[in-house]
Write a protein that binds this ligand. Structure first.
Ligand code: ADP
Ligand code: MG
Length: 467
């Protein structure tokens, strides 16, 4: 009551833009949480008034998207309550450093600013398909490290349901799996055939199934799934141990598969290395095409950097690009991160970064195996890989699910860190060091004979050295 009473009084007074905005802010605080208020309304102001329209400046594209999507109506209503001539509003981006009072920003400046901001992808996601339109084949760089996966993905997008079904793409983090499987979806969804495409992460898939079981809507969830032409599920390693979800997924999979609907899956490892995955599901995953993505070489890293620059219409000196491509080897996400870091520095300091600058700025990105492999990392990575708790590795048990990971941990401590056998034995509860020797020899020999183990070791090593 008090509020609306105050409003009426304020209304009578002719306010300047600043006063107007202050009273809007005062109102907003009644409607949203403190944290949200601080996040989204800090550094905002009314910069001009164009008849019925109020122009509000915000510090970046993030704020603009959020305010525009979430609070547009509320802000407009509050403004209108204060001054009923106000019928419209617009947000423009104005970084702090460039602020001058009541300066109006032209549309082109505004657009430029926006493209320079880091993109807030969430808002660009297609609501029907759940795909992010930025992932396309056109901006996906192909090299020997991913050419099989790329060729398979392209083939699937050209003839969904009939080429490889399912298509299973696997590889380490940040190597382009999501980009590639979403490119398939985007290409099909944009195609002439009006196919119904749906992308979903495994975590979301699991939580949707759990929620629909709980609310008794699992049948409609299933029939919804059944109506899809192309189902893309990201990071299926997260289905490990989720029995109920696996069961539902198995039926959904069969129902789609039998009707020649395309299924595309990604994972951080091949199907046979996903722990606690039902055999029948594993064999479905293995029933189509399996392709991996691995690490790009120097030349490809350079091409990726140049492509990203071209997309943004920006340039960096050749020797700086060479420095990044030579040193940032962990994955493509890091490569992008390193590039962005330099571009942001370029923008904020107005100096083109040279190699010295790049060295300073990219310390955290530069790959050095000796920094990252250590005892803790090995134990952590091995137990995580096999879905165990770290302490399980030290259990004095003969259970197969524990013995093998324990032997692998011992093997890696020896192989990667050159631990002595007695030192390894001490770490594992003071066992006789012949146990450590035995473990080392066994894993060494088996990995020479068994492709699956070799592959697991290589995936584990990749993670040890990339985290
Ligand atoms: P993953 O799903 O394997 O963890 P992403 O698909 O999320 O990896 O890729 C990480 C980032 O690297 C994304 O921004 C993606 O666009 C970019 N990227 C990955 N592979 C390529 C590629 N071959 N060409 C261009 N950009 C790529
Ligand atoms: Mg991904």
């Amino acid at each position: 009551m008090l509020i609306s009473c105050e409003l009426k009084i304020i209304q009578k007074i002719v306010m300047d833009n600043n006063e107007l905005w202050q009273s809007v802010l005062a109102q907003m605080q009644f409607h949203i949480s403190k944290a949200n208020f601080a996040t989204w309304f800090q550094n905002t102001e009314i910069i001009s008034r164009d008849g019925e329209k109020i122009i509000i400046s915000v510090p970046n594209a993030f704020s603009r998207e959020w305010l525009g999507n979430k609070y547009n109506k509320l802000i407009l209503k509050t403004l209108h309550d204060i001054d009923d001539k106000i019928k419209d509003l617009e947000f423009v981006i104005k970084p702090q450093s460039q602020k001058t009072a009541n300066e109006k920003i032209s549309a082109t400046d505004n657009e430029k600013e926006e493209t320079e901001q880091l993109k807030f992808d969430e808002f660009k996601i297609n609501k029907d398909t759940n795909l992010n339109p930025r992932y396309t084949f056109d901006n996906f760089v192909v090299g020997s490290f991913n050419e099989l996966a790329h060729a398979a993905a392209l083939a699937v997008s050209e003839n969904p349901g009939f080429t490889y079904n399912p298509l299973f793409i696997y590889g380490g983090t940040g190597l382009g799996k999501t980009h590639l499987i979403q490119s398939i979806g985007n290409k099909i969804a944009d195609g002439p055939k009006k196919k119904k495409v749906r992308y979903i992460s495994s975590e979301k898939f699991v939580s949707n199934i759990v929620a629909s079981i709980r609310s008794g809507t699992i049948e409609s969830f299933k029939s919804n799934l059944g109506s899809i032409d192309v189902l893309i599920i990201d990071d299926v390693q997260f289905l490990a141990g989720k029995n109920k979800t696996q069961e539902e997924f198995f039926h959904a999979f069969n129902s789609l598969y039998e009707r020649n609907k395309q299924i595309v899956l990604s994972s951080d490892r091949p199907p046979n290395a996903i722990p606690e995955l039902e055999d029948r599901l594993r064999s479905r995953f293995e029933g189509g095409m399996i392709a991996d993505v691995s690490l790009p070489d120097y030349e490809t890293r350079l091409v990726i950097l140049k492509n990203k620059l071209q997309e943004k219409n920006l340039e960096l000196p050749e020797d700086v690009l060479d420095y990044i491509a030579t040193n940032v080897k962990k994955n493509i996400r890091e490569l992008e991160g390193a590039l962005n870091k330099l571009l942001i520095s370029h923008k904020t300091t107005n100096n083109v970064p040279d190699v010295e600058m790049a060295k300073k700025l990219l310390k955290g990105f530069v790959f050095s195996p000796f920094d990252v492999a250590n005892y803790k990392k090995i134990i952590e990575t091995v137990s995580k890989f096999y879905n165990l708790e770290e302490k399980n590795l030290f259990d004095p048990t003969r259970r197969k699910e524990i013995v093998k990971p324990r032997q692998i941990a011992m093997f890696l401590l020896r192989r990667e860190l050159k631990y002595s056998f007695p030192a390894i034995a001490r770490k594992f509860g003071g066992k006789d060091h012949t146990t450590a020797i035995y473990a080392y020899k066994k894993i060494l020999q088996e990995s020479e004979e068994n492709n699956k183990l070799t592959e697991e070791l290589s995936l584990i090593k990749q993670r040890i050295y990339s985290g």
